[in-house]
Write a protein that binds this ligand. Structure first.
Ligand code: AMP
Length: 105
């Protein structure tokens, strides 16, 4: 399977502004921000879409929500939107699951 652009960022092949990373996820600033703060929370595991999430991935999905909490505290934002675009018809462009963290409206 061809590497996604996000895997290439994780492998250091493409530069990105990294806000946070741990053993399960990386958080980068979106290259085309739709809000004053627009981050992407990306699991290291290259799951193509939300529809491909399996039972064994559920702790990872929970972890993403913990990371959203952590980002809100770190960036001192009072509220945020956490968005997943699923599938082409759902507006997904990069087929490596990720959650948009938008704040500062
Ligand atoms: P989606 O439409 O949900 O698949 O969102 C993909 C997001 O990835 C878009 O908001 C793009 O602006 C963003 N994006 C694409 N390439 C890069 C990149 N090299 N660095 C940071 N963000 C990117």
């Amino acid at each position: 399977m061809e590497k996604s652009i996000f895997t290439r960022i994780m492998d250091g092949e493409i530069p990105a502004r990294i806000e946070y990373e741990d053993e399960l996820v990386i958080v980068i600033h979106d290259i085309a921000p739709k809000a004053p703060t627009h981050l992407l929370i990306i699991p290291r595991k290259p799951i193509p879409t939300l529809m491909d999430v399996s039972e064994e991935d559920l702790p990872l999905i929970g972890h993403i929500h913990k990371v959203a909490q952590l980002l809100a505290k770190k960036l001192e934002v009072k509220g945020f939107r956490l968005i997943n675009n699923c599938g082409k018809e759902g507006g997904q462009e990069v087929f490596h699951i990720h959650y948009h963290f938008l704040a500062g409206f």
